[in-house]
Design a protein around this ligand. Structure first.
Ligand code: SAJ
Length: 431
């Protein structure tokens, strides 16, 4: 096996997963090329900076770029290992779109040589890695591609899903266990040797299809469990019971661990990936589909409840606390908070104030609504009503005496000491 300093790795896609992955591999001493289709991403990384917010990523990237271990380019170069970390969105009908994966594989095909390892990390529908292998076999008939040849293949092709939690990416990239699925067992073993260079967690090998489905199962599991919490919040609302109290008490049972209700489920993973299973096996997935619908439906519920609160006091200005899809990050993709704040801004215009410490300006979807971006202190001074949409630490730490007089709709349960009305949806509505 080549030494760390001789190993050449190309990471295709320098997004939330690709850039941290490239930087962590570069830290081992390997020579890493990050390939991205966006010129500003390439320029930013080459100047030692980052275009995404993630704890400690800026320092790591500036270090590995300064040492010459990481550089970015619009163009692929020959490498020993290719890691594909591009988006896999879904289309209008929830069918997954693997176009970027296939495009990345086409790019790899140009420089692929015997001995190379190709690894797909993007969350993908079951069977995608086999499609990558079929595409490489078609584009490079001169190479023996696994699954498309007899005897030993010239290259290895594997699937290894990323499993890192935004906000903890650099820690989890190293510490989490990895599931490595090969087109053949030999492919899995080759990919395993690569991950062992930088992963401290256990690396477990399997088939490509099992690894693909494992990733989808993990995120569907979380979605279903959050849907249970969100459904409970609707039941509690209907019954006039404090859902946070119920969950705290139920979780004292040794085998119960109910997650937290919220304004809905966001992000580019949990709100998307379960559809890959539903779309592939619609008859077999009533539970997974319903969970998606429950979580999406929670957004509409919050819009209705918050609107009722705003209408009840026509003179009051209302502060929407947070736009991100979850706490302490700057990622607004598929964010329920963003959808709710935009709906309120469209309806109530300049009465709506947005507080989002992770935004320098309001996203374009607020254009023409009249809503403005203000800081926490201004919100406390000027807004009589608060809708808590994200549990950022800065909101959580607002002491009771600064909000005791406010009308509060707390969708995240961050202020257990808030006097009714406002402690929960039910108590607020009962007032
Ligand atoms: N949420 C709740 N209640 C909860 C937990 C989360 O409403 O109790 C909401 C969050 O506010 C957010 C959404 O769910 O809107 C998703 O947040 P998350 O923290 O559960 O997950 P992500 O999307 O940041 O990361 C997930 C992780 N998957 C699992 O935990 C199974 C991560 O490990 C994956 O790597 C990531 O998806 C991914 O890239 O697939």
């Amino acid at each position: 096996m080549v030494s760390d300093s001789e190993l050449k790795v190309a990471v295709l896609g320098l997004g939330y997963i690709g850039l941290p992955t490239a930087a962590v591999i570069a830290r081992t001493g390997a020579r890493v090329l990050g390939v991205d289709v966006h010129e500003h991403v390439v320029e930013t990384v080459n100047s030692g900076k980052v275009h995404i917010e993630e704890i400690d990523l800026d320092g790591l990237v500036s270090g590995v770029v300064a040492r010459g271990n990481l550089r970015a380019s619009l163009h692929i170069e020959p490498s020993d290992v290719f890691v594909i970390a591009v988006p896999t969105p879904f289309r209008e009908n929830h069918a997954p779109d693997i176009g970027y994966v296939l495009k990345a594989a086409t790019t790899v095909a140009v420089v692929l040589k015997a001995g190379d390892v190709v690894i797909l990390e993007s969350t993908s529908p079951v069977g995608t890695t086999e499609k990558v292998a079929a595409l490489l076999a078609q584009l490079r008939p001169d190479l023996k591609i696994p699954g498309h040849c007899t005897g030993s293949a010239d290259v290895a092709i594997a699937y290894c899903p990323e499993r890192v939690l935004p906000g903890r990416i650099l820690v989890e990239l190293i510490d989490n266990d990895r599931v490595i699925g090969g087109i053949t067992p030999r492919c899995a073993r080759k990919a395993l040797q690569f991950y062992r260079r930088f992963v401290r967690g256990a690396c477990v090998t399997t088939t490509a299809k099992a690894a693909e489905m494992t990733k989808l199962a993990e995120n569907a599991f979380r979605d279903v469990n959050i849907a249970f919490a969100n459904e409970l919040s609707l039941v509690a609302d209907h019954m006039g019971v404090d859902v946070w109290e119920v969950i705290r008490l139920a979780n004292r049972h040794p085998r119960v661990n109910i997650l937290s209700p919220g304004p809905g489920v966001g992000g580019h993973c949990i709100a998307v990936d379960p559809w890959f299973l539903v779309s592939a096996a619609p008859e077999q997935t009533p539970l997974i589909r319903t969970a998606r619908e429950v979580n999406d439906g929670k957004v509409d519920h919050v819009i209705a409840q918050a609107s009722a609160m705003v209408e009840a006091d026509p003179a009051a200005r209302v502060a929407c606390l947070g736009l991100a899809f979850k706490a302490n990050i700057d990622d607004f993709r598929e964010s329920p908070a963003l959808k709710i704040a935009v709906a309120l801004a469209n309806r109530f215009g300049e009465r709506v104030q947005i507080v989002e410490p992770y935004a320098d300006a309001l996203p374009a979807c607020f254009d023409g609504t009249g809503a403005t971006l203000i800081d926490v202190d201004s919100a406390i001074e000027t807004c009589a009503s608060f809708v808590v949409l994200v549990d950022h630490d800065v909101f959580r730490s607002i002491p009771l005496d600064e909000r005791a007089e406010k009308q509060v709709y707390d969708t995240r349960g961050i202020w257990p000491d808030q006097p009714a009305p406002g402690r929960s949806e039910a108590l607020r509505l009962a007032s």
